[in-house]
Write a protein that binds this ligand. Structure first.
Ligand code: SF4
Length: 237
């Protein structure tokens, strides 16, 4: 399925990589909270350091083995069975399947779940439900992608205007904080988090220590990658 086909996919179905839990949300303001995860297939970017290439990189993975198309009700049932208060919808890029997500979130929030949608910030949501937060992760030059592909000014500003978004930047080195600062200023982003890049604990810890002073100086927040510290890049954790 191409990106264009995903955008027009049935609102009653979702293209799913994996549903798992109970686990913890590893990043952002909810780090440490008991959660279930819905990881959707497909992405419109191709970051060099992507830690979930099995959701979109069909030069390295077999799509038929990695993704399933499931009714939204079946996904909601699997999530409810995990019985975690927080549901994290991630990918890949989940907003490629906006209509299906909207239906899934309605089913989940109706029974009291809180929902976080993790997105790369290049596709604006068309409807916001109560009980939803967007964890928007705009990509820097370290992703290896050209700026016009990874940064969509109107989309970033639309997320900021919702009042339901935090902005989490994946950073490798302190000098990249200047790049983040330019994006934050240009688009008026208010709730900024810095996440150290890394899929092994040593890298996450080393980069966190290198970044923390610059994060505090700029009045931002620091995200952990708690799942990496606990389990490395093991899938389904
Ligand atoms: Fe991977 Fe996210 Fe980049 Fe897509 S946007 S390639 S899922 S890191």
């Amino acid at each position: 399925m191409t990106v264009a086909e995903m955008n027009s996919s049935s609102p009653g179905h979702l293209v799913v990589s994996e549903v798992f839990g109970p686990t913890i949300q590893g990043e952002g303001p909810s780090a440490g909270r008991r959660a279930s995860f819905v990881r959707l297939g497909g992405c419109n970017l191709a970051c060099s350091w992507c830690d979930t290439p099995y959701t979109w990189d069909w030069s390295r993975f077999e799509r038929a083995a990695e993704l399933r198309t499931l009714p939204v009700e079946e996904v909601a049932r699997d999530v409810r069975a995990i019985a975690a208060p927080l549901v994290v919808i991630t990918g890949g890029e989940p907003l490629l399947q906006r209509d299906g997500i909207t239906n899934l979130v309605e089913l989940l929030t109706a029974v009291g779940h809180q929902v976080e949608i993790e997105t790369n910030g290049t596709i604006a949501p068309h409807r916001m439900q109560e009980g939803v937060r967007f964890n928007v992760s705009p990509k820097l030059a370290n992703s290896g992608l050209p700026e016009e592909r990874r940064l969509r000014p109107s989309v970033l500003e639309a997320f900021e205007a919702t009042g339901k978004a935090i902005f989490k930047f994946v950073v490798r080195a302190p000098q990249e904080l200047d790049e983040v600062e330019a994006i934050v200023r240009r688009h008026g982003l208010s709730d900024v988090w810095i996440s150290p890049e890394g899929v092994v604990a040593d890298d996450v810890i080393r980069r966190s220590i290198a970044l923390i002073d610059g994060v505090l100086t700029r009045s931002w927040s620091m995200s952990s990658r708690l799942h990496i510290l606990l389990w490395g890049d093991e899938r389904g954790r």
